[in-house]
Design a protein around this ligand. Structure first.
Ligand code: SAH
Length: 397
């Protein structure tokens, strides 16, 4: 048997339309079901991919039940996605995080398509990893992926947070389960000198909001006077601001989140944070009526726009909360405002903020734009890798 025959047996073949092939050529790894000319007969996993003329365009992860049928992963058509391949690809991503780990013990090691590993997320919390394998094609490579992560990081345990709805679209089960070693319920991590507990099993995302780490540090250094943290969750922004501000008010509607925030504040010896369990929209209105003013404000709400149809309603929410917060800014006050809705793009976000500034009747200066940190790379050719945007503004009067 020749090598070529062996390769074809091992890889199976997907033929994609010219449009699908062009998409990959221009830097986007997803090829949709409608752009498949010939479906592989193999089960989910790595396949070789050709264009309609029979020209090989690379190797992909094949997901038989997904609308995103093909996720291109290597420009070589005969890449064997074995232990060595995964070790090399994941090492490239992990090495990029060296800078982040100098000042923080929690970071994203692999950001899916942003690290040329479609549908894989891996976050590190001190000595433990939390992974999300979000496609059937990737799940077929689970063993070499987990083995490579263990040998590259020497971690004590790996948890799969597979409680994601999108796994169902891939025909995969939803579960939270240990894949290696042991993983504790809580892990103490630090970022820029602030310590907090991450909750890998139950916390939002994979246990904490790692994507705001650098923005928390930034506003922490700018904070002064009276500070306000709206949508405080576990108090991470509040604790950074508490280092320099005289006092901080942290608002969240979740009692459980605030309980964790209080615990975190105690861990850092912060005694100048007061916690308010309330709806942020109502509370900001009440603070304005009471004539309160703040020198430093953070507005970091959950994603109001979960999908495209909800965008108009979401924008009314963003406008409303930003308008209220701007009205509470003392003259010379600084505000960091963010949105993690994928559908609220950077231009849409800035447009919303401009509208809120206009309605506030204040002179609001744009001081800086906020984006994703280095460990959440946003690829220009893959818009889906970007979702977090924000701004730092100043009230001039
Ligand atoms: N700033 C946080 C992340 C915020 S997550 C960090 O960097 O870690 C969003 C938070 O908003 C959650 O804790 C949720 O409980 C809270 N929340 C959602 N809707 C709210 C509302 N209407 N009012 C107040 N808090 C709300």
């Amino acid at each position: 048997m020749t090598t070529t025959t062996l390769e074809h047996m091992a890889f199976d073949l997907a033929v994609v339309s010219a449009r699908g092939a062009t998409r990959w050529k221009r830097g986007h790894p997803w090829i949709f079901r409608s752009d498949l000319v010939r479906f592989p007969s193999a089960p989910a996993g790595p396949v070789r991919v050709e264009d309609p003329r029979g020209k090989p365009i690379g190797t992909a992860l094949w997901s038989p039940t997904s609308e995103i049928s093909i996720r291109m992963i290597d420009r070589r058509p005969d890449a064997a996605l074995d232990h060595d391949w995964w070790t090399e690809r994941l090492a490239r991503a992990i090495t990029r995080r060296g800078g982040v780990l100098e000042h923080s013990s929690a970071c994203r090691l692999v950001h899916g398509e942003g690290d040329a590993v479609p549908s894989l997320v891996c976050d590190r919390y001190d000595r433990w990893l939390v992974v999300q394998l979000m496609s059937a094609g990737l799940e077929a490579c689970r063993t070499p992926i987990i083995d490579a992560l263990i040998s590259l990081t020497g971690c004590d345990g790996i948890l799969a947070r597979h409680d994601l709805a999108l796994r169902e679209r891939e025909g995969l089960t939803r579960e939270t389960t240990v894949l290696h070693g042991d993983v504790p319920q809580e892990v103490e991590v630090h970022e820029h000198g602030v310590r907090y507990l991450a909750a890998p099993w139950t916390g939002q995302k994979t246990g904490a909001f790692l994507d705001q780490r650098e923005n928390r540090h930034r506003i922490g250094r700018l904070a002064r006077g009276r500070a306000l943290d709206c949508f405080a969750y576990h108090g991470s922004f509040a604790m950074h601001m508490a280092q320099q501000a005289a006092d901080v008010v942290a608002i969240d509607s979740s009692a459980a989140a605030l309980e964790r925030a209080r615990d975190n504040a105690a861990r850092n010896g912060c005694t100048n944070i007061s916690f308010v369990e309330a709806d942020a929209f109502d509370e900001l209105r009440a603070l304005e009526r009471a004539g309160e003013r703040f020198d430093t404000i953070v507005v970091d709400p959950p994603a109001f726009a979960k999908n495209r149809p909800s965008l108009p309603a979401a924008l009314r929410g963003y406008h409303d909360i930003n308008l209220r917060a701007l009205r509470l800014l003392a003259p010379g006050g600084i505000m960091l405002t963010a949105s993690c809705s994928f559908h609220v793009t950077k231009p849409i976000f800035l447009d919303m903020l401009e509208g809120a500034a206009a309605d506030s009747g204040r002179h609001i200066a744009l001081r800086d734009l906020c984006a994703q940190p280095d460990d959440h790379p946003e690829l220009l050719t893959v818009p889906e890798t970007g979702y977090l945007k924000g701004a730092i503004v100043e009230a001039l009067d």
